[in-house]
Design a protein around this ligand. Sequence first.
Ligand SMILES: [Fe+2]
Ligand SMILES: [Fe+2]
Ligand SMILES: [Fe+2]
Length: 271
Amino acid sequence: MYQFTEDCLIGVEQIDNEHRRLFELVNETADLLMKDTVNRNDVTKLFTELNEYAVLHFRHEEEYMQEVNDPELPRQKEMHQAFVSKLKEIELGDIKSTDDKETVKNILEFVARWLFSHILSSDTMIGVFQKMDAKNEETKDPFAFTDEYRTGIEIVDEEHEELFHIIRRANDLITEELLHDKYDEIMSVLDELRNYTIKHFADEEEYMVSINYNGLDAQKKTHEMFVDKLNDINLDDLDDNQQQYLIELVDFLLMWLVNHILKMDKKIPRK
Ligand SMILES: [Fe+2]
Ligand SMILES: [Fe+2]
Ligand SMILES: [Fe+2]
């Protein structure tokens, strides 16, 4: 069984229901494979339904993002597209040409994993930008580490606070004038952010292991995605466009962190 956990919820009812349905379809297909005799037609039929449902769902999700003006839309589109092409290859290739249960199981494993990590790492950011914009208008200082972010776990809170500091420094640098003179400084603060993030995730995961926390797997998936995002930062030619890119990047990093702390880290129990 592939668990659709509470962490996968994004708070938009239709999208949440569709994600849940996608998991059901994966599980139904997996159940079929558990039977002694596997009817290949049944598996193919369900798998085709899964494909069609995924395409339909991506359309709904993209429409919703368009509606709320979500800046992540182009990146989501790319990811959805890549997944759909991958599914198409699979449908035409492996399932129709083999009776091999293992192959089909591996495919399902891939589909379930992709969905799980995509929902956790990307879809949970849907709508966050809008909420944050509204909140920033009230609080004036989005980079302040306020009490609402505290988990009550000392090391985690200390490290989160430090992450806020580093992101604030990055933001200060990026919004300064004469940005092109600052290339090295910006690179070094972003490096620092990446290194400190990696250290923090390791510490946080170690703590979760120590208390046998059942949300560890979901946490690891989202941490991984964030580190990927940090590794993808590319400042090759720092010009005026790059400044816009950097402003959006820092925005994203802060929002990701806030969202992650509020939605996931705050659920980690204290010792
Ligand atoms: Fe998505
Ligand atoms: Fe954290
Ligand atoms: Fe975390």
